[in-house]
Design a protein around this ligand. Structure first.
Ligand SMILES: [Zn+2]
Length: 210
């Protein structure tokens, strides 16, 4: 798998800090599973975070802060932990329990001609939208505007737009300033994992955070 499109550095920093919304974190975790380059970047950011933390003067507190627990848990993570990978069915391992083991065995809901979706349920209270999207060969993705950020990870096939061609493992990291007109690969079409900050306008209307 040759990856040419990576998440923005700011997105990786949010990932490193653990401050990403759930839907976004799912896409980034799936990319990290197949991208040694971004895994190394995140590891570097975590080390910087730990060094900054260590430079702080210690303070005595009555109750151990949660961060102390997080630090000790992090110390237990081996430097070269086994990377998780996409399952044989081209689904990120940690999503297998939600959507099944294989892209060819899951259920799809039609959205428009040549476009199907499979919504993934987020934790109660989580805002945003996470779903798989299947586009038939040669079809254009429906035109839409972004409301907030949108992260798309290609799992199968490819698509091309103004930013290049996105193949399995590639991530498109877009904000509401980004306009694009993606078209799925003429031979294989495209299946992607897509997270958006709010309910996607194509799948149930905008759900802007108050
Ligand atoms: Zn990457």
């Amino acid at each position: 798998m040759t990856i040419t499109h990576h998440p923005d550095i700011a997105t990786l920093m949010c990932c490193s800090a653990g401050s990403q919304p759930e839907a976004c974190a799912a896409v980034i975790a799936s990319h990290l599973a197949v991208c040694p380059f971004c895994r190394a970047e995140v590891r570097k950011m975590q080390k910087i975070g730990v060094a900054l933390f260590d430079s702080l003067e210690p303070e005595t507190v009555a109750v151990p802060p949660p961060v102390a627990t997080m630090r000790s848990a992090e110390a237990d993570v081996p430097e070269k932990s086994e990377p998780c990978v996409l399952s044989a069915g081209e689904i990120p391992q940690f999503l297998v329990s939600c959507v099944g083991p294989c892209l060819d065995m899951m259920s799809w809901d039609p959205v428009a001609r040549g476009l199907w979706t499979h919504a993934i349920t987020l934790s109660p209270g989580a805002c945003g939208d996470l779903r798989l999207l299947k586009v038939e060969p040669g079809a254009a993705f429906p035109e839409h505007t972004h409301v907030g950020w949108e992260l798309t990870l290609v799992l199968r096939g490819s698509y091309s737009d103004e930013f290049g061609t996105f193949r399995p493992g590639d991530v498109a990291d877009l904000d509401e300033e980004s306009n694009h007109h993606p078209v799925a690969c003429a031979e294989k079409g495209c299946i992607c994992l897509m997270a958006s900050e709010h309910k996607h306008p194509l799948f149930g209307g905008a759900d802007r955070a108050k």
